[in-house]
Design a protein around this ligand. Structure first.
Ligand SMILES: Nc1ncnc2c1ncn2[C@@H]1O[C@H](COP(=O)(O)OP(=O)(O)OP(=O)(O)O)[C@@H](O)[C@H]1O
Ligand SMILES: [Mg+2]
Length: 653
């Protein structure tokens, strides 16, 4: 029976128009999405010369009848929506009925398909949009599409394709994204006959990330799990010692769609503000799930951008989710020399065919898979066929009553949560088998405000740290059950003061010291713009200022713990820093920058002898912090020398 229909004009006209096929990776994307929409459990890709010569994608999905196989190449022919209303709540990747028509018009295409259970299959051949032949063929259940000679009929566009390596990089990157988002589907990718990626169907994101990137990478990630107000955020983010120079290690999804979304990128940066230094980026595999009617996916011809109906709520949810994840399982940076991890464990590794980038056919292909992590280790396939449900982010813990975050053994179980809110229940299938409830951090706040605006020590914070002494009058040496810790006394104090100051500033609990003689500060035009925008905030933070003529400002009062000269330098430094960011500075951002500057000035310095009591106080206070691992400028506070490394050093293992 036919499933595909041509959309009426009123619907077709509402679909975001534009170029669908920009490069070989666009074809891979469309065909992968079609295969996933057709409930495939295994997708195999073979690409020649970066996809410029050929792309073959085979799936074991539901397949098509002969009528559908022909109709599929018509414009606006789709089985996925019927009416304009359905455009508002799209559940499938495809909805425009344009992809195959677009691909068929710019290449030589052969589609072979067979419905499961049918006696014979169909082969449809097109060249440059013209139907060449249709015939009955023997075929396995599912669909295979072979796309050759991309842009053979559009030489100008063919010329603009990038090198084979670059196009292969884009394809590998894309397949990696889809493989991450669909752990219950197996994927293989070959380039020029060599295997680039092979992952068997598995249970959840964690297992898939392990297949793709290996165990060492997982060790550097904190699991994220958050659901509130209709928005769920899950996945993994890197711990603060992972510092990357680009966003290449960020895999971002909205409703399991791979998107290039600035909002999520910005939320990630916001979440790491005062944890990572400026100019470096975290790695992440982040899945944002919202009800289909809260996101418009019909805004871009390649469907790589989305528009949220409540962007601020999404942004705040992501920031909260990520900061809770980092706070829940603080992780101390390893000693640089000890940071090279041991070889892959052989116990858990193994049986699948060689995975991923061990034998890349081009450096760029390698780079795509290396973007997040070291070489992968294969894990055994999970038995049985996939049930085609949104896979959970983590394997669910069968423990009743707990908001289960079971990805990392070291992750403390969250306290008994409140009853799940409606949205969390609706989204539970994604977050792991049972309704996800509001977790402790979220429960503390009435709504998802930025958690950093009110840092709280994570629950279950360790107290087993013993102080052993101080070296170089600068570093505290301590030990806990897992090994040796070195704590930089200056940045530790800076973190403590920073969190205190943020709390005080937000509560407007600030003492002002009036100056006998006002300070006169001449501002640059850029500084003056920021100053005007933040005048009331400066006042709330303890600065008493009057704008004199032009760009001159008189400062009559300063925060009590700041000397007059210090206040002048701090004020101009702060205005400069905020001006250089060239974006609207939020109140909270300003307060955090101010708190960071105040903390840095007031913190004890290195080269200062500390009594045991002072060290104990410092360490106790540090472990009460929401983010004890990094100073507000992103430097590590604590270095860990793990027991396993100590034992290896002494050749005991
Ligand atoms: N691999 C496949 N397996 C089964 N059916 C398929 C497959 N690929 C395409 N189809 C069918 O062909 C139709 C047309 O595919 P096409 O990709 O052109 O449009 P779409 O997926 O509906 O929307 P979009 O243009 O947004 O991708 C689909 O609606 C689907 O019914
Ligand atoms: Mg499609």
């Amino acid at each position: 029976m036919s499933k595909i229909r041509i959309l009426p004009d009123v619907v077709a006209n509402r679909i975001a128009a534009g170029e669908v096929v920009e490069r070989p990776a666009s074809i891979v994307k469309e065909c992968l999405e079609n295969a996933l929409d057709a409930q495939a459990h295994q997708i195999d890709l073979a690409v020649e010369r970066g996809g410029k010569e050929s792309i073959r994608i085979r799936d074991d999905g539901e397949g098509m009848t002969q009528d559908d196989a022909i109709l599929a190449f018509e414009r606006h022919a789709t089985s996925k929506i019927r009416t304009a209303e359905e455009l508002m709540a799209i559940q499938t990747f495809g909805f425009r009925g344009e992809a195959l028509a677009a691909i068929g018009s710019v290449a030589r295409v052969t589609l072979t398909t067979k419905l499961h259970g049918a006696t014979s299959g169909t082969e449809v051949c097109l060249e440059g949009g013209k139907l060449r032949h249709v015939r009955e063929v023997a075929a396995p259940g599912g669909t295979e599409i072979l796309v050759r000679d991309l842009f053979f009929n559009l030489p100008a566009r063919r010329k603009f394709l990038k090198t084979e390596a670059t196009e292969a990089f884009h394809i590998t990157n894309l397949v990696t994204h889809y493989a991450l988002a669909h752990p219950q589907c197996g994927f293989t990718l070959q380039h020029n006959g060599r295997q680039v990626l092979a992952v068997t169907a598995t249970t959840d994101l964690r297992a898939r990330a392990y297949q793709l990137f290996g165990a060492n990478m997982l060790d550097s990630l904190a699991p994220v799990e958050f659901a509130q107000g209709g928005i769920a955020v899950g996945g993994f983010v890197s711990r603060p010692h992972v510092q990357r120079t680009s966003r290449d290690g960020q895999y971002l999804f909205v409703n399991r769609r791979f998107v290039r979304d600035k909002l999520i990128g910005r939320a990630l940066s916001d979440a790491y503000r005062n944890i990572l230094p400026p100019g470096v980026f975290p790695a992440a595999m982040l899945f944002v799930e919202v009800p289909p009617d809260m996101v418009d996916v019909n805004v871009h011809p390649q469907k790589t951008e989305v528009r949220f109906r409540a962007p601020q709520q999404v942004l705040e949810s992501i920031v909260t989710a990520v900061q809770q994840a980092l706070g829940r399982s603080p992780h101390f940076a390893p000693f640089p020399a000890a940071a090279t991890p041991p070889a892959h464990p052989s116990t858990t590794a193994a049986t699948s065919p060689p995975t991923g980038p061990h034998s890349p056919s081009a450096p760029a292909v390698h780079a795509a898979l290396q973007a997040l992590a070291p070489p992968p280790v294969a894990v055994p396939a999970s038995p049985g066929r996939n049930e085609r449900q949104p896979p959970p982010f983590f394997t669910a813990t069968p423990h009743p009553g707990a908001g289960s975050v079971s990805a990392t053994p070291s992750t403390p179980t969250l306290p008994t949560p409140e009853p799940p809110d409606e949205a969390a229940t609706r989204l539970h299938s994604i977050l792991g088998g049972r309704p996800r409830t509001r977790c402790a951090g979220a429960a503390r706040r009435a709504h998802p405000t930025r958690p950093t605006s009110e840092p709280h020590p994570p629950d279950g914070r360790r107290t087993d740290v013993r102080i052993l002494g101080q070296i170089h009058d600068s570093y505290i040496v301590a030990a806990d059950a897992d090994g040796l810790l070195l704590i930089d006394q200056h940045v530790a104090h800076e973190r403590i003061l920073f969190e205190q100051r943020v709390r005080a500033l937000l509560a407007r609990d600030v003492l002002v010291q009036m100056l006998l003689t006002p300070l006169v500060v001449d501002l640059s035009p850029a500084q003056a713009t920021v100053f005007d925008a933040l005048e009331s905030e400066l006042e709330a933070a303890g600065f008493r200022t009057t704008r004199l003529a032009g760009r001159t400002v008189a400062v009559q009062g300063v925060p009590a713990d700041l000397g007059a000269e210090d206040a002048k330098t701090l004020l101009t430094e702060l205005l400069d820093a905020l001006a250089s960011e060239q974006q609207t500075v939020s109140r909270e951002h300003f307060l955090r920058e101010l708190a960071a500057s105040l903390a840095c000035r007031a913190a004890i310095k290195v080269n200062m002898n500390l009594t045991p009591e002072k060290m104990t106080w410092l360490v106790d206070e540090l472990f009460q912090c929401a983010q004890p691992t990094n100073c507000p400028h992103g430097r590590p506070v604590i270095l860990r020398f793990d027991m396993s490394l100590i034992e290896r050093g002494f050749k005991r293992t």
